[in-house]
Design a protein. Structure first.
Length: 156
């Protein structure tokens, strides 16, 4: 019984000085200061992507930005049709321009705070049923007045 206890003690408790010290480990020291900061060899390396450089658009003489992207700025509000709503953290509305009885092929993504139409009506809210647009006009008494217009989601 004492013999088995001695074997178990030497096997499980090498710190107590009973274990054999090999001579090739005697004078060797490691350069690893903190082993917990080493990279896990079983994980993939994470590559950092280079940041994309935003290119400035060309400016015209009046200070506006020239772009070949279609814009919804100079379209009257009665020609804008809402065909979809994206709900979530950042709400978006998908709009198309009506040309007579049919809708155009181009779609526009609308965000809250954008200015629409000829009178620069501000898009105040995007709701599940449509969008709320606020126009600033002057009434007959030369006072500024705000008109709210709700453009519903169209079924067409």
């Amino acid at each position: 019984m004492l013999k088995y206890w001695l074997i178990l003690t030497l096997g499980f408790f090498p710190i107590m000085g009973f274990a054999k010290v090999y001579p090739f480990f005697k004078d060797i020291s490691t350069k690893i200061k903190d082993p917990f900061e080493l990279r896990d060899p079983f994980k993939r390396k994470i590559f950092k992507r280079k940041a994309k450089i935003k290119r400035a658009y060309e400016m015209t003489a009046d200070g506006s930005v020239f772009s070949n992207l279609p814009s919804i700025d100079n379209i009257p509000l009665n020609q804008i049709r809402i065909v979809g709503i994206l709900l979530g953290k950042d709400r978006r509305a998908i709009a198309k321009i009506s040309t007579g009885t049919s809708l155009g092929k181009e779609t526009f993504i609308l965000k809250e705070g954008m200015f629409l139409g000829i009178d620069k009506a501000e898009l105040k809210a995007i709701l599940p049923g449509g969008i709320v647009v606020v126009e600033k006009i002057k009434n007959v008494y030369d006072q500024e007045e705000y008109i709210e217009t709700i453009i519903p989601v169209s079924n067409d």
